[in-house]
Design a protein around this ligand. Structure first.
Ligand code: OSB
Ligand code: MG
Length: 367
């Protein structure tokens, strides 16, 4: 299809509670929505960057600039299909979240025009997916127990605790003591440790965790190889896995035995599917990560999570986990699951009044 324009809409989405991780606190999402406008209709993408470059090197101001200056022009220059976006942008290094957002919008436009859903296109095999929830770092253990108790009550099938040095063994012990050993429980360090902490992290082994996510820095594949030999808890990588090539390398070197797939981090849903297929071929289970997405990104994530090798519950929480008012019809938990949208493309759209209310700025790029 021929793109007529790309609209970049910067929105502010207030969060219900601050979300604290080892790299910072988020209270309001500063998000970029991408609207692909074509002669055959439109499509939506969501950029998963945040305000500051703290989870990864990308951030929203930079994504806006990168899309305007480098990503939009080659895509507007000649007809394009979603599966060609990666190749068309291959001379632009990095900026995967920015590329992913634009690819998502083009894919949505394409699938809407042919009447196919994201899940169908990606190869989904389930009509609903098991959901976990990511629990931020709390001020004290009493508060943490209350938060976890509430999420279990809401039906979440798996709890992930954010950890950092000084907030690791004790909170995990407290949650295990309170909720028992049947609770599916895992932790996420967002790269807050070094290899010198290997023995300390072995202290988590007694709690029967599903996995420890990204203990060491993004670039430190060798460190994770070493750590995986010391710690019995399975190592799962998030930040480190930026492409199918890196995933193949990490698996071959035994840096991890589980992978968290986030489409934004790897440059789009098509690369995400490649990583899924690779992991499936190697017997490496995957699960769908999250980046505090609005209903747009959430719809695509739930579709991705319906692929066969997504055998662990994902960070595919309900809309009300983060937002009192989502930009789409809200995703609501039913028996710990979310329904995979079946309509054309994402199967959801921004609600016009909400979109107007949260929009801070709109830039339209034409050829
Ligand atoms: O590391 O998985 C992460 C949120 C923002 C950035 C990074 C991460 C997270 C989460 C929450 O853990 C995921 C979600 O619920 O969307
Ligand atoms: Mg993570």
């Amino acid at each position: 299809m021929q793109l007529e324009a790309l609209e970049l809409r910067r929105v502010a989405l207030p969060m219900v509670t601050p979300f604290r991780t080892s790299f910072g606190v988020e209270q309001e999402r500063d998000v970029l929505f991408v609207r692909a406008i074509t002669a055959d209709g439109e499509g939506w993408g969501e950029c998963v960057t945040s305000k500051s470059p703290s989870y990864s090197s990308e951030y929203t101001d930079a994504a806006l600039l990168t899309i305007r200056r480098f990503i939009a022009p080659p895509l507007l220059a000649a007809p394009i299909t979603a599966i060609e976006v990666g190749e068309r942008l291959s001379s632009i290094r990095g900026h995967r979240m920015s590329k992913a957002a634009v690819e998502m919008a083009i894919l949505d436009a394409e699938l809407r025009s042919t009447g196919q859903s994201f899940a169908r296109f990606l190869g989904g095999v389930r009509d609903s997916v098991d959901c976990g929830v990511s629990v931020g770092i709390e001020d004290d253990i009493g508060r943490l127990i209350d938060v976890v108790d509430r999420f279990i009550g809401e039906g979440y099938k798996r709890i992930k605790l954010k950890i950092e040095p000084g907030w690791d063994i004790e909170p995990v012990r407290a949650v295990r003591d309170k909720f028992g050993h049947d609770l599916l429980l895992q932790v996420d360090a967002n790269a807050a440790y070094t290899l010198a902490d290997a023995r300390h992290l072995s202290g988590l082994d007694e709690f029967g965790l599903l996995l420890i996510e990204q203990p060491l820095p993004e670039e430190d594949i060798a460190g994770h190889v070493e750590l995986a030999r010391t710690v019995k808890t399975p190592i799962c990588l998030d930040e480190s896995i930026t492409s199918a090539g890196i995933a193949a390398d990490a698996i071959a070197r035994r840096a991890c035995s589980i992978i968290n797939i986030k489409a934004g981090r790897v440059g789009g849903y098509i690369e995400a599917r490649r990583i899924h297929d690779l992991c499936k071929a190697h017997g490496v289970p995957v699960w769908c990560g999250g980046m505090l997405e609005s209903g747009l990104g959430r719809a695509a994530n739930v579709a991705l999570a319906s692929l066969p090798n997504f055998t662990l519950p994902g960070d595919t929480s309900a809309s009300d986990r983060y937002y009192a008012k989502d930009v789409t019809e809200p995703f609501v938990l039913e028996d710990g699951q979310l329904k995979v949208p079946t309509g054309p493309g994402l199967g959801v759209e921004p609600l016009p009044e909400v979109l107007e209310e949260i929009t801070r700025d709109v830039v339209t790029i034409r050829l």
